[in-house]
Design a protein around this ligand. Structure first.
Ligand code: ZN
Length: 414
């Protein structure tokens, strides 16, 4: 239920995944955000207060999972959050106590589990059928296997049974590069359940390869010269655990618009309403027009909307500064469209931030702080005139932790 009668303000929080970057020679020693033409965000930053945000602490690298855990005010202190349960929740599968969930990639392997492509040519079509074939496998124990397609080449793998533990390592080497092999899953503690779970998962991975390499979808892909999705790579094991209900905690109705299953899943676990659609691909080709429309509709019904955009992170991982700059420019156009079409009578606050930096020169996440700002009526504005890493460093919010930035946003809403 919306609390709009009590709440005088609404908020749109735009989160650009992996936004932060470093100066790049081919962009004239500017970052993609600094090089992008962003008239709408620049106007908003002039009406607001800017700063730099450390997601957890200066220099600490985090993933999209931890970044969003902090953005959604979850408690990180009680340890183990695997990304698997978030991936599963993103497609409506919630763990029961004792279950273990993992995040998977469909990948292409050759010979002795050597990784030829960790995303199987970014396969999209047929992933559901491949998942079904894996769910039918029997691993010769009381453990049931459920595999569910999530985003693109990704899936959630759920293990159900007695004496399972999420304390296991990834089979994913978590690196790009030539000559890498799938890793043997190891227990990460001496717990007998962890030792058992690691051994079961290794068996599943081998059996998955046998099933997948013979699957008609893969035979067809090979005939068409496409990479077969003949293996799964696992990571991010996690079990059932408690999540703070952010909507209840803040007494607001909150929605999350995203195409990314980890973010959608975490939003659900945190008590938010997840809004998505097949045209939101969590990639550079996502339908931003559609996202704008869904966001505008959500602003009618909810007090706060998190709008998550994945493209900048993808371009960062792909080391494509030009594409990252262009995606940021498209994001700015979407922001302009939302502002133009917004007709609500509430005061509207706009917050801009990111879950971490993904510098194009690095091709992976870094511990650099991310540029943020909050815009809206009644703020103590500063002199920052454009949205960028170095301009925001001079902003009135200073350099703060993400936790404090989020608290600042909510302080204006209630
Ligand atoms: Zn990333």
């Amino acid at each position: 239920m919306s609390n709009s009668e009590k709440v005088r303000s609404k908020c749109l929080f735009v989160i650009q995944d992996g936004l932060g970057d470093r100066p790049i020679a081919e962009l004239g020693e500017r970052t993609p955000l600094e090089a992008a033409r962003t008239p709408h965000m620049d106007r908003l930053v002039r009406q607001g207060v800017a700063g730099l945000v450390d997601i957890v602490a200066p220099g600490v690298r985090v993933g999209t999972d931890v970044g969003h855990l902090v953005l959604l005010e979850q408690d990180l202190s009680d340890g183990h959050y695997g990304r698997g349960p978030m991936e599963a929740a993103g497609v409506g599968i919630f763990l029961e106590p004792g279950d273990v969930a993992l995040r998977c990639n469909f990948a292409t392997i050759k010979g002795d589990f050597k990784i030829a492509d960790r995303r199987a040519g970014r396969i999209r079509d047929g992933v559901e059928e491949l998942c079904e074939s894996l769910s039918a496998m029997s691993v010769g124990s009381d453990v049931k296997v459920l595999c569910v397609a999530t985003t693109e080449h990704r899936a959630a793998l759920l293990l159900k049974g007695a004496n399972l533990s999420p304390e296991i390592t990834d089979s994913d080497p978590n690196r790009e590069g030539e000559g890498l092999h799938l890793l043997e899953v190891q227990p990460s503690s001496k717990d007998p359940d962890a030792i058992r779970t690691a051994s079961i998962l290794n068996k599943i991975i081998r059996q998955a390869h046998d099933i997948l390499r013979k699957h008609p979808i893969n035979q067809d892909r090979e005939r068409r010269g496409l990479l077969p999705a003949n293996a799964i790579i696992t990571r991010g094991a996690g079990g059932a655990r408690h999540y703070v209900n952010l909507a209840e905690k803040r007494g607001l109705s909150i929605a999350c618009v995203s195409g990314e299953s980890t973010v959608l899943g975490l939003a659900r676990l945190a008590g938010l309403t997840s809004l998505t659609g097949p045209e939101m691909t969590a990639n550079l080709d996502t339908d931003l027009e559609r996202k704008a429309t869904v966001t505008l509709e959500a602003l009618e019904h909810f007090d706060m909307v998190y709008l998550h955009l994945k493209g900048a992170d993808i371009a960062g991982h792909d080391r494509q500064p030009g594409l990252k700059r262009d995606f940021i420019e498209r994001t700015d156009q979407v922001v302009g469209e939302i502002l133009q079409r917004y007709q609500g009578s509430h005061k509207l606050y706009l917050a801009f931030g990111a879950d971490h930096s993904t510098p194009c020169g690095l091709g992976e996440h870094s511990g650099d702080p991310v540029p943020v700002f909050l815009s809206g009526p009644g703020l103590r504005t500063d002199s920052v005139a454009s949205y960028g890493e170095r301009s925001c460093a001079c902003g009135g919010l200073g350099r703060i932790r993400c936790h404090d930035f989020v608290a600042t946003i909510f302080d204006y809403l209630v």
